[in-house]
Design a protein around this ligand. Structure first.
Ligand SMILES: *[C@@H]1O[C@H](CO)[C@@H](O)[C@H](O)[C@H]1NC(C)=O
Length: 460
């Protein structure tokens, strides 16, 4: 049985008559708590199965996914082998393999959608809690764990459970890594050459220790983005700070703080309600607008804070989204805005680029793509990236305390370079890393903590 059908069955409330299939469902207990239940067949009606059986059910689900993943990986390998031999030419067999691979990816995506439906509690026929409890009483059902609704602020201890449910599949998808065939990529070379960057520009040479300014106090703040505007417009200044907590399914709140002091005290001066929900941690603030990716889309939005309206909506051509080309930690980090001395950028990938990082320079008023660069850096292989003076830098790990900035791609010269600049993930789960060209500092969100890093640049 495939993942899709297994999850589809989980959506129905039929407890028996489904053979040996374990099921998984979510219900509301009516007191603000969500119950996640695994159901495993029990030979005796009145006897609940042992926890061991429930665990076996979970493992079966995982095995199903692993099998599909394995299939996908072996196809990827065959495809790469053929591509290597053909040297870029196409034939019937690569065509067939490509089609099979696309089909598998579609099935995985369908499974993920089912998973998301379960997560959001949108199972059809799941509203009858009285019937639920009757069936519960009849036995055979095993409550595996209870998680509070997101409306209540859960404790830190519950964070890992929630995380298991919300990002488990997303993180698993991150493991489906297909290497980019070297033949498809531009050769790497040492950096150097001319630069059209401003006078105070340079190459990154050193990053300091993180300094913590704020810590989120509930699970919704495990991931997020905090920002300053390097080129503010009235009524805002370079003192203002904005923050978005990005855990949840309908993220629309943008918090504004007067200055760093108020930010550290947690005193908001304004809360904007965004007309469209936010996807992930890629947002940025620039010239009085919040730029962000609309949830479950490749649509880029420009939200002007003064008028509190969306001025521009623009689809980013061919950009992967919703976990197709995220950073290594997952979290739907497919599309990441960046601002540097030269302006507004967007970092993403496409299937045409085989998952390698693509950088586009954007016109900040219209969101038109001005120019695009294709790098040789696989996006899923890096934890995050940011741009300084037209140079993209990537970080090798989001969880290792002794991570390094391992790669630079210079859009001024179209060349790349391996690096080894120390970068500390003090709290071991860094979900957002952005450079701020006015501060000449790096802002990051590391496991509930909003941190800032000093940097040093050398001459370009
Ligand atoms: C670098 O690549 C861009 C985009 O492909 C191209 O427009 C530009 O001319 C290239 N610049 C150099 C210095 O090779």
């Amino acid at each position: 049985m495939g993942v899709t059908s297994l999850l589809a069955i989980a959506c129905s409330l039929v407890l028996t008559a489904r053979g040996q299939s374990p099921t998984f469902s979510r219900t509301s207990s009516g007191d603000g708590r969500c119950m996640y239940s695994f159901t495993v067949p029990s030979p005796a009606e009145e006897r609940c199965s042992e926890p061991g059986e429930a665990l076996r059910a979970v493992r079966e689900l995982q095995r199903e996914r692993a099998a599909q993943r394995g299939e996908l990986e072996s196809m990827g390998q065959r495809l790469r082998l053929l591509e290597g031999r053909l040297g870029g030419r196409e034939d019937a067999e690569t065509g067939k393999l490509r089609a099979d691979k696309a089909d598998l990816l579609r099935r995985l995506q369908a499974a993920e959608q089912e998973n998301a439906r379960l997560r959001d509690g949108r199972c059809p026929g799941h509203r009858d809690s009285a019937r639920d409890s009757q069936q519960l009483a009849r036995g055979g059902r095993q409550d595996f764990f209870n998680v509070p609704s997101r409306k209540r602020a859960p404790s830190g201890r519950e964070a890992s459970k929630w995380n298991f449910e919300s990002t488990g599949y997303q993180e698993l998808k991150s493991e489906i890594i297909t290497e980019i065939p070297a033949s498809k990529l531009a050769p790497q070379s040492e950096s150097g050459g001319t630069s059209q960057s401003p006078a105070d520009c340079g190459m990154l040479e050193w990053v300091g220790e993180p300094v913590t300014f704020q810590k989120a106090d509930s699970i919704v703040g495990r991931y997020g983005v905090w920002m300053k505007d390097p080129e503010p417009v009235p009524p805002h200044s370079t003192e203002h700070i904005w923050r978005i907590n990005t855990v949840g399914t309908d993220i629309r709140q943008l918090y504004e703080y007067q200055d760093l002091d108020q930010f550290m005290k947690g005193h908001t001066s304004k809360v904007y309600l965004l007309p469209e929900p936010v996807e992930s941690t890629g947002a940025t603030v620039y010239r009085g607008s919040l730029y962000y990716q609309k949830r479950k889309s490749r649509t880029l939005l420009r939200f002007e804070m003064k008028s509190e309206t969306i001025l521009v909506r623009k689809d980013l051509a061919n950009a992967g989204y919703r976990g197709v080309f995220p950073y290594s930690w997952g979290g739907y980090t497919d599309i990441d805005f960046a601002v540097d001395e030269l302006g507004l950028w967007v970092i993403y990938s496409t299937s045409q680029a085989y998952g390698a990082i693509v950088i586009s320079k954007l016109d900040p008023s219209t969101l038109e793509v001005e120019q695009t660069w294709a790098t040789a850096i696989r996006k899923r292989a890096v934890a995050n990236s940011f741009i300084i003076c037209g140079v993209l830098y990537t970080i090798n790990s989001y969880s290792n305390q002794n991570a390094v900035i391992n790669f630079a791609y210079n859009t001024n010269t179209n060349s790349s370079k391996a690096l080894a600049i120390q970068f500390e993930n003090r709290y071991r789960y860094n979900s957002m890393v952005d450079y701020n060209p006015a501060e000449k500092k790096i802002l990051a969100w590391d496991n509930f903590n909003m941190v800032m890093y000093d940097i040093k640049l050398t001459k370009m």
